[in-house]
Design a protein around this ligand. Structure first.
Ligand code: ASP
Ligand code: MG
Length: 463
């Protein structure tokens, strides 16, 4: 059996939704299909939070927008009036729940992480039910199983949950597996699971990929297919580098590094569950479903090329903690790191020298992290320094740590175009080398690197 994930980009506009719903019977029978919300719906749901907090009067009109959007899709997709009415009933029930959440927010005037998760994941239920009824209207035998009934168990962390794979693997034997025996196609809303105590917990934005990977691992699927509107990973962002090329094979490690450092093809944590069970991930382009997209497995492929891809993210900033004898004072790193994580912030990476600890953070986390460190007593550092005019570039490929001269070639390509490198990290990962440049240098830097590693005329012969 396969687990297939259908992303929000494939559920954008009635034409594409219709096309997807007709692809499913051909390519999806006998399988589990994990879906994202219709394109833009998660943002609408989150946007409703502020409206509800501001003014009670804004709640019902907001719900009306959501209702209309889905009903319109239903009436254009479904062949039978009976199925439209049944979908309407499901939609009304889910909307009622959303209405209670929004009014609850307005009443308490306070947004908790628990409430944010409960609200933001509802779009996945609307879309899963929409596709279920659409396919039923075409005469297909299909069902919809919610994560709370499937028992997709998590560690209970709101906004960034981790799947409890052991508990979920046990649970699916009693839930999903028998359900699959009764339905040819089973839809599951992505993006969230439940804690042992029954709380809804999301996997962070874009988390449906991770849901699908967790379910694939729990049922020991033969493959995890990710349906998208692109073929998969490229040697660089084609919007920036016009001769960026398609990558047909990547290792789990390379995929994880690329996703973590910017390539927005997959949620960064997608490989975690499937890697443990050695399940391949295959990207399938729904515009071209018979073509093979990027395949991610434990084999890297393309051994002749050391570097697979050059990626970047502009969502980066650094917080430098200056202190003397960092290496001799093992406690200091844990004190400052704990202050940042206790404030609910995520540390992307840390680079430490004898005199300075540098934290790499999301732009939005820089100010709160700075404030969190300023509150530590007694003050464990000499000075703090913030910087946010940066971009992070990463070169990714399994061969990086084993082939000679890759780092040298990378930095001479950068130096040749007269760019100053602000920070380098090489070593923690065997498949990635990353460094920071001033953000004005992004285009120039990425072109120089891409030409150096991928332009066949400039490439030195393999050693
Ligand atoms: N709908 C959610 C989001 O927009 C989850 C997902 O699509 O993966 O983040
Ligand atoms: Mg996505």
């Amino acid at each position: 059996m396969k687990v297939i994930k259908i992303g929000g980009g494939c559920l954008k506009g009635i034409k594409t939704i219709r096309q997807i719903s007709h692809l499913i019977p051909t390519y999806g029978k006998g399988n589990v299909i994990v879906v994202s919300a219709l394109y833009g719906v998660t943002d609408i749901l989150i946007g409703g939070i502020n409206k509800a907090l501001e003014d009670e009067e804004k709640i019902l009109p907001h719900l009306e927008i959501i209702l209309k959007l889905h009903l319109e899709a239903a009436s254009q997709l479904m062949d039978s009036e009976e199925c439209i009415q049944s979908y309407k009933a499901d939609l009304a029930e889910t909307l009622k729940q959303l209405e209670r959440y929004y009014f609850g927010l307005n009443f308490t005037g306070e947004l908790t992480p628990k409430m944010k998760d409960a609200i933001s994941c509802i779009g996945e239920r609307f879309s899963a039910q929409l596709l279920t009824w659409a396919l039923r209207s075409y005469g297909q035998s299909c069902g919809c199983l919610l994560p709370q009934h499937l028992k997709l168990y998590t560690d209970g962390k709101f906004g960034d949950a981790t799947v409890d794979l052991k508990a979920t693997t046990e649970a699916v034997k009693e839930t999903l597996i028998p359900y699959l025996a009764k339905h040819e196609i089973v839809f599951v809303p992505g993006f969230y699971g439940i804690s042992q105590s029954g709380n809804i917990t999301t996997f962070g934005r874009g988390g449906s990929d991770y849901s699908a990977a967790a379910i694939a691992a729990a049922v020991d699927a033969e493959v995890l297919e990710i349906w998208k509107d692109v073929d998969g990973f490229m040697t660089s962002d084609p919007k920036l580098v016009s001769d960026a090329a398609f990558i047909d094979r990547l290792s789990y490690e390379e995929c994880a590094e690329l996703s973590y450092f910017g390539a927005t093809i997959l949620h960064p944590r997608t490989v975690e569950p499937v890697r443990q069970r050695n399940i391949e991930i295959v990207i399938k382009n729904t515009m071209n479903p018979d073509r093979q997209g990027s395949v991610i497995s434990n084999k890297s492929g393309q051994a002749a090329k050391v570097i697979k891809s050059i990626t970047y993210t502009e969502d980066i900033s650094i917080l430098k903690v200056h202190a003397s004898g960092v290496g001799y004072r093992p406690g200091i790193l844990s004190i400052v790191a704990a202050a940042i994580t206790d404030a609910g912030l995520n540390i992307k990476s840390v680079v430490a020298t004898q005199t300075c600890i540098t934290f790499l953070l999301s732009q939005d986390d820089l100010e709160p992290a700075y404030n969190a460190l300023m509150q530590i007593e007694p003050v464990p550092f000499r000075m703090l320094e913030k910087e946010d005019q940066l971009v992070l570039l990463a070169i990714v490929g399994e061969g990086i740590s084993t082939s000679k001269g890759v780092a040298a070639r990378c930095f001479s390509a950068i130096a040749d175009v007269d760019i100053n490198v602000e920070l380098i990290s090489f070593g923690p990962s065997k498949a990635a080398l990353y460094f920071l440049l001033h953000k004005d240098k992004l285009h120039q830097g990425i072109h120089a690197l891409h030409a150096s590693f991928f332009d066949t005329e400039k490439m030195p012969p393999p050693a």
